[in-house]
Design a protein around this ligand. Structure first.
Ligand SMILES: NC(=O)c1ccc[n+]([C@@H]2O[C@H](COP(=O)([O-])OP(=O)(O)OC[C@H]3O[C@@H](n4cnc5c(N)ncnc54)[C@H](O)[C@@H]3O)[C@@H](O)[C@H]2O)c1
Length: 305
């Protein structure tokens, strides 16, 4: 059974760890945080639930002595304050991600690195440039936004969210877009749903895009849904499931784009990102994807080494 390291054992990291333990994904779960006391407290709290879960060793280590992990979840760095965008975190979190990746470079064998800290696409691109491990660097991307859209559409149209397929793509941030041409339920494209109403569908997406801000305004952080997303992505990777999730990946010619990381539907397996899929997008969706790439590329250029 694998060893998983979570770097940044704050609200997101510890909730992701909780999700990982519930799925029985790890034989060893290692928490790493510059605030060692916080990591120790989280490790104790998590370990005390183990008699109800699949047994795992939960420990706290430093980056230097945690090598040998199969998967590293990067959740270090600060979260948005009310009124801040994810991009406002860039200057602070870029430094942290670079330092952590420099430490990970010394690990052998190479782990799969799942970036969660924000702005996740920019940080995924920085991690990829620092590490250069093909297929082994990805970001949680729009997996969370896609989950939110499925839930909100499910509520609005009266379907189980699990029966709704389709993706929010591009940036995990303000330029993200709903790829409506990928959205289906019961084999019907969204516009053919019995109760379809365009303004209702658009409202579901607007609420999706605003969800992070709305939650932060009320409780100052979001962590349960992203923790669950990390659990399913980790499971797809480590159990070689070949599941498809919209995750942020360094592009290599998809839609004519490269040198930037953003979310497209990806096949995930034990080797990491096994395949990046290019669904047929409507012209407006393709234009939205190119806009996302521009926003992310511009942000990367402000912190590029
Ligand atoms: N991708 C997503 O969908 C998504 C969703 C929610 C939050 N986030 C992001 O996740 C990140 C963490 O959020 P949070 O609410 O857990 O914040 P938090 O403040 O609760 O925890 C962050 C932790 O990172 C630690 N840390 C900082 N620098 C470190 C370093 N160099 N090495 C190791 N640990 C370090 C801090 O000590 C702290 O414990 C934020 O950037 C937030 O925006 C992403």
């Amino acid at each position: 059974m694998p060893r998983i390291a979570v770097v940044g054992a704050g609200l997101v990291g510890s909730t992701a760890a909780y999700s990982i333990l519930h799925r029985g994904l790890a034989r060893e779960l290692v928490l790493i945080d510059t605030d060692r006391a916080r990591a120790e407290g989280e490790a104790m709290d998590l370990a005390h639930g183990l008699s109800f879960l699949k047994t795992a060793d939960v420990s706290v280590r430093s980056l230097e002595d945690a090598g040998g992990a199969d998967l590293v979840v990067l959740a270090a760095g600060r979260n948005s304050l009310p009124g801040e965008t994810r991009m406002d975190l860039l200057a602070d979190n870029a430094v942290r991600i670079r330092t952590i990746c420099a430490g990970l470079k010394r690990w052998s064998p190479r782990p799969i690195v799942l970036v969660v800290s924000n702005p996740v696409d920019v940080l995924t691109e920085l991690a990829w440039r620092e590490l250069g491990w093909k297929g082994r660097v990805l970001g949680s991307g729009t997996s969370l936004d896609t989950a939110r859209l499925r839930v909100l559409l499910g509520r609005d149209f009266g379907f189980d969210p699990a029966s709704i397929h389709g993706y929010v793509l591009g940036e995990h941030g303000d330029s993200e877009f709903a790829a409506w041409s990928t959205v289906t339920a019961g084999g019907l494209g969204v516009r053919d749903w019995p109760a379809y109403d365009e303004s209702k569908a658009l409202r579901s997406f607007e609420r999706t895009r605003a969800a992070g801000y709305e939650i932060i305004r009320r409780k100052r952080a979001t962590y349960f849904a992203i923790g669950a997303a990390v659990g399913v992505i980790g499971e797809a990777l480590l159990r070689d499931q070949r599941s498809i999730y919209p995750v942020s990946v360094p592009l290599d010619g998809q839609y004519g784009l490269s040198g930037v990381s953003l979310s497209l539907p990806c096949v995930l397996g034990r080797a990491g990102v096994v395949q990046v899929l290019e669904p047929k997008l409507a012209a407006a969706e393709k234009a939205a994807l190119l806009r996302c790439a521009e926003v992310i590329r511009q942000a990367v250029s402000t912190v590029a080494a």
